[in-house]
Design a protein around this ligand. Structure first.
Ligand SMILES: [Zn+2]
Length: 102
């Protein structure tokens, strides 16, 4: 099995640049990345019937600034945003999927 890992990570201007073990490079605007935060507070949690209602999230300008970014094992990244929000864990596959919408 060929597991995707991250070779390089860099923030350039307002974009997160990632290079993967298969040579693919992607550039994700930070604002888009924050809006796509996969945590329950940003995307909602399914209720008893399995319905997910997306919560209304208020963003302040620091919300789109990256304070730091941590690796979670070899499969994901966990950014800390300027407004201290840090509960989103972005898997590498999720990041690759996001890049298709840039
Ligand atoms: Zn979030």
């Amino acid at each position: 099995m060929n597991v995707l890992t991250l070779d390089h990570l860099e923030v350039i201007m307002n974009e997160l640049c990632l290079r993967f073990s298969d040579g693919v490079e992607i550039f994700l605007p930070l604002e888009m990345l924050r809006r796509a935060c996969p945590c329950a507070r940003c995307q909602g949690e399914p209720d008893a019937l399995g319905r997910v209602v997306k919560p209304v999230v208020e963003y302040t300008p620091p919300a789109f600034q990256l304070r730091s970014i941590e690796r979670v094992g070899s499969y994901a990244l966990k950014p800390t945003w300027g407004d201290t929000h840090a509960t989103g864990i972005y898997s590498l596959t999720y990041l690759r999927d996001l890049a298709k919408f840039v």
